[in-house]
Write a protein that binds this ligand. Structure first.
Ligand SMILES: Nc1ncnc2c1ncn2[C@@H]1O[C@H](COP(=O)(O)OP(=O)(O)OP(=O)(O)O)[C@@H](O)[C@H]1O
Ligand SMILES: [Mg+2]
Length: 259
């Protein structure tokens, strides 16, 4: 794809995934580079979530590979990949619905940090000082995503749009090096979508980490992404700048074909 010569953070080569006779991904090549928001778009069932599931180790391709900063992730387990700094949100929000928003963030942070600590053999249990540091970092995320009013609320009682926000906060609380977002605006009204787009841009500005954004809403994609990859029936049919993609006849066809 064009116009970004920054270092490749995630390199996907020939990624192919099957479920029985269904070719969910077919030799997909994709690069996520330093300093970009890369959108992945495509009709329902195109394979967008499958790509994220391969990146974070839920699915394993039968062919192709995924390199993260040159390291092959393809055979690693999800918790190992998370410990390397790849965090994601889920299309079907995955939170502890009986816990408060704050406790969900603390839980994510602890699970993640425990791996980090064990790998580094630095300490064996969080001390009080560390606990306070975790809490401070979680509170910063609460501020950033304007969650003050919901921080103590049980997640299961929150409206859908706010649960999506907690899910984003949960991913952020893992202090990610790359953020993978699976339809963070799905099912939201216009105002909620605008808020979510603003939060994603704020995260991008503050953390300077690459963000992979799977999204259906073309207006959102055009507004906030730097590059776009288009999938259709498991194949990458186009890639480039948002403006190029918008006018690509194959892309228009894939979307109109869906209607
Ligand atoms: N675990 C699974 N078992 C069987 N088939 C699957 C599984 N996961 C995905 N698929 C199939 O793989 C194809 C791609 O699915 P995927 O979820 O990646 O689509 P998507 O682009 O994310 O679509 P949507 O926009 O609806 O979320 C679909 O046909 C889907 O039914
Ligand atoms: Mg999906």
């Amino acid at each position: 794809m064009t116009q970004n010569n920054n270092e490749v953070v995630i390199g996907i080569e020939g990624l192919s995934l099957k479920f029985g006779g269904l070719q969910a991904l077919d030799t997909v090549d994709l690069e996520v580079r330093e300093g970009e928001i890369l959108a992945i778009i495509g009709p329902n069932g195109a394979g967008k979530t499958c790509i994220l599931n391969c990146i974070n180790g839920f699915y394993h391709p039968y062919r192709g590979k995924i390199l993260y900063k040159g390291r092959d992730l393809t055979a690693l387990k999800p918790h190992k990949i998370a410990a390397l700094g790849l965090a994601r949100t889920f299309q079907n929000i995955e939170l502890y619905s009986g816990l408060s928003a704050l406790d969900n963030l603390m839980a994510a942070r602890h699970i993640h940090m425990r791996h980090g600590a064990l790998l580094g053999c630095m300490f064996f249990g969080p001390t009080r000082g560390e606990e306070i540091a975790h809490r401070q970092q979680v509170e910063e995320i609460v501020d950033l995503l304007e969650m003050e009013s919901i921080r103590k609320k049980v997640v299961g009682s929150l409206p859908y749009g706010q649960r999506k926000r907690v899910d984003l906060a949960r991913a952020l609380s893992m202090d990610p090096a790359v953020l993978l977002l699976d339809e963070p605006m799905a099912g939201m009204n216009v105002e909620e979508k605008e808020d979510m787009a603003r939060f994603i841009l704020d995260i991008y500005e503050l953390k300077k980490i690459p963000i992979v954004l799977v999204e259906h809403d073309m207006d959102v994609v055009m507004d906030i992404s730097h590059r776009v990859a288009v999938l259709d029936f498991g194949r990458k049919i186009a890639g480039g700048l948002p403006q190029e993609i918008k006018n690509d006849p194959q892309v228009i066809k894939a979307y109109l074909g869906e209607e």
